[in-house]
Design a protein around this ligand. Structure first.
Ligand SMILES: [Zn+2]
Length: 166
């Protein structure tokens, strides 16, 4: 996952959409919506307060494990009082203003947390999932780039056609 590259793609597409002057065309709304979706995902897992996303990932895991829908406990350590197993993220991962809150460093914070608590499979998987979502967003941005270009070409063609009709 190349965070910088994804942020650049996002800005580039935002510019394209602004500059495209495709306002009269129906497919622009669809392209806009897709862009908004992808940009929101970037905000959630890479830029904003990612502790919220991690907390949600953890809570889903914990609930599935409690309900018997998942065999793996959130943590495989031997401590029965381990907070992952008691339904709460450990203090360093949930305290306000912890380094995990900032998207840029949130990933690093999780990685370094694993140094001290390597059995925490839920953290390991949260990192994998985050990387996966990031590459999905990267793919969507590349596809959007192509689709916007295609829409612009089509608009240019339509205009040329309208002119030649006179
Ligand atoms: Zn543990």
């Amino acid at each position: 996952m190349d965070r910088q590259r994804i942020l650049e793609q996002r800005d580039e597409i935002e510019e394209m959409l602004k500059a495209s002057e495709l306002n009269d065309y129906d497919d622009v709304q669809e392209l806009d919506d897709r862009f908004d979706d992808a940009a929101r995902t970037v905000e959630r897992i890479m830029v904003g307060d990612i502790s919220e996303w991690v907390g949600q990932f953890y809570r889903e895991w914990y609930r599935d494990w409690q309900d018997g829908d998942r065999d793996d406990p959130p943590c495989r350590c031997s401590n029965p009082r381990c907070s992952f197993k008691l339904g709460e993220l450990p203090y360093p991962l949930r305290r306000r203003r912890s380094s995990i809150r900032e998207g840029a460093n949130g990933r690093e914070a999780l990685v370094s947390y694993l140094d001290s608590h390597p059995e925490a499979v839920v953290v390991d998987e949260a990192l994998d999932r985050q990387a996966e979502i990031a590459s999905e967003v990267g793919r969507e941005f590349r596809q959007l780039h192509r689709d916007i270009e295609a829409a612009i070409m089509e608009a240019v063609d339509d205009e040329a056609m309208a002119k030649s009709a006179f």
